[in-house]
Design a protein around this ligand. Structure first.
Ligand code: F6P
Length: 493
């Protein structure tokens, strides 16, 4: 098993002499004003959860957009602060954007153009020139922050994350002094669509040109790598080598590689065994909370790609088709609202509330109701107590690059009593063969699968969960990091 310490050693030996910089839009720690003073929160979402352990192990600088209302008051003159605040291990440098800049860059081009385009889930991407200008402008702000941090430095390794920063690599490379040795890499945390979908984007060529300034480009799955290379071939007329997954551009060879992201298995496994979790498990099962035979759980950032409405439709059909489970089965959904300024997301929040209300009204009997909807992010004790108590966890995206909730549930299910139901459209499905695979669009099949999973013998559940746990344990987030760093090391001289 690869550990945090192994990655720390690897970074030390392979990136010797290189300044280490990570760049993402989302920051790992957010300073917020609360009635009890300034508090530091961590965001929902896989990217920061995956990279924070690396940065804590290796140190370095993380450049990210400031997003908390108390963020500006908690940085120095270079817009830096040390994090995690309780036990500082690395530097967070914040990039400031005005509300108008965030509207165009984050809510606009990133999440109304690239997000739906890459997920290709029947939501029309918005192709708006002002979003595109805002995206270009915000990428220059990130490039400038990186320039400040690399000024006077001989060598730096800069690791970009996600679809918000498609142009920054080229800006950084072009703006660097000739003598400076920069190794640039990018991990794209969402799917890359097929070339015919990607080329709908009027600015397809500029995005590819920006990305190809990297030395290494990583995706979760081999199919996303191939889709990316095919987009390069169609848009730029360059023939990539599909065998090696390399492409030559402007005299450099760019490596495009799959690296399936994961979670910190050991830490989650340990946290899930905390005494606080045990206490919380008793509370979950108490007569005044969920004293029913079966519990299902879903945990999501509220997003139309996550298939939450599809999941509720299947639960509705399941209770209708198998009425013996009424008064016996409760599904707890914890949904953290996100991107709520975007109309599609506002609408989804309303649709979710309406669906919960409709289904609960249809079936409720006395104290029992089938769905408990918790809006917001659960604290770790409550989350892990639910993961350990649940008979099943449903992860049903209609499209998802990977989905780390699936791997988090597996890592926390220390008693091997739960089963994972996983959409065939989640990247994680390629690895997690012992999950119960469902199609979220197939209401009948999904409803039947809920019944079959609840009826599964404890022995079979245990067998599947043990094998899933062993897979995630072997392929943890540190393996992802070390594989990525080893590939980057090929460009280090
Ligand atoms: O899963 C894709 C992703 O962009 C992650 O990289 C990120 O952690 C998550 O979605 C959260 O999105 P946002 O930063 O918009 O809240």
């Amino acid at each position: 098993m690869v550990s945090a310490k192994d990655v720390q050693e690897l970074v030390k030996s392979k990136l010797k002499g290189y300044k280490f910089i990570i760049v993402s839009n989302r920051e790992p720690y957010i300073h917020m004003y609360t009635p009890d003073g300034v508090q530091v929160k961590t965001p929902a979402g896989g990217l920061t959860a995956a990279l924070d352990p690396l940065m804590q192990a290796t140190g370095g600088i993380w450049v990210a957009g400031g997003s908390g209302d108390a963020d500006r008051e908690n940085v120095d003159a270079q817009n830096r602060c040390r994090v995690p605040p309780a036990n500082p291990k690395y530097v967070l440098k914040r990039v400031w954007m005005s509300k108008n800049e965030v509207d165009k860059f984050y809510f606009g081009f990133s999440n109304q153009t690239l997000w739906p385009l890459c997920h290709n889930v029947f939501r029309g991407p918005v192709f708006d020139k002002s979003f595109w200008s805002g995206y270009k402008h915000s990428n220059t702000l990130y490039a400038e922050a990186i320039r400040q941090e690399t000024k006077g430095i001989d060598k730096a390794f800069i690791w970009f994350h996600d679809y918000h920063l498609g142009l920054a690599p080229k800006m950084v490379r072009n703006g660097a002094p000739k003598k400076q040795k920069l190794v640039l890499a990018h991990f794209w945390h969402i799917p890359w669509p097929t070339w015919d979908t990607f080329t709908l984007l009027p600015w397809a060529e500029e995005i590819l040109d920006g990305m190809l300034a990297n030395d290494l480009i990583g995706f979760h799955l081999p199919s996303y790598c191939v889709n990316f290379l095919a987009s390069v071939e169609k848009v730029m007329g360059i023939k990539p080598d599909y065998g090696t997954l390399n492409v030559k551009y402007k005299g450099r060879t760019i490596h495009v590689r799959p690296f399936p992201i994961s979670v910190d298995f050991d830490t989650i496994d340990k946290l899930a065994r905390n005494p606080g979790v045990k206490r919380e498990m008793k509370r979950v099962r108490a007569p005044q909370y969920i004293p029913y035979k079966y519990i299902g759980v879903g945990v999501d950032r509220i997003d139309y790609t996550k298939g939450i409405l599809e999941r509720f439709r299947a639960i509705d059909r399941f209770l209708e088709k198998y009425p013996e489970y009424q008064n016996n089965f409760v599904f707890v959904e914890a949904g953290a609202p996100s991107r709520t300024r975007i109309p599609d997301y506002m609408k989804l929040n309303e649709e979710i509330s309406k669906a919960v209300d409709k289904i609960n009204w249809k079936y409720m009997r006395g104290y029992w109701k089938p769905i408990i909807y918790i809006e917001g992010k659960l604290n770790p004790d409550r989350l892990f107590a639910l993961y350990r108590t649940a008979d099943l966890c449903v992860v049903s995206p209609i499209q998802d690059g990977m989905n780390l909730v699936a791997k988090e549930f597996i890592s926390a299910n220390v008693d091997c009593t739960g089963a994972l139901m996983l959409s065939k459209f989640a990247g994680a499905t390629e690895e997690l063969e012992d999950a119960v695979i469902i199609n979220p669009y197939d209401v009948e099949g999904f409803a039947d699968a809920i019944k079959d999973t609840l009826d599964m013998s404890p022995k079979e559940k245990r067998r599947r969960m043990k094998s899933l746990r062993s897979h995630v344990n072997r392929n943890n987030v540190f393996k992802w990091l070390s594989d990525f760093i080893c590939e980057v090391a090929k460009f280090i001289s």
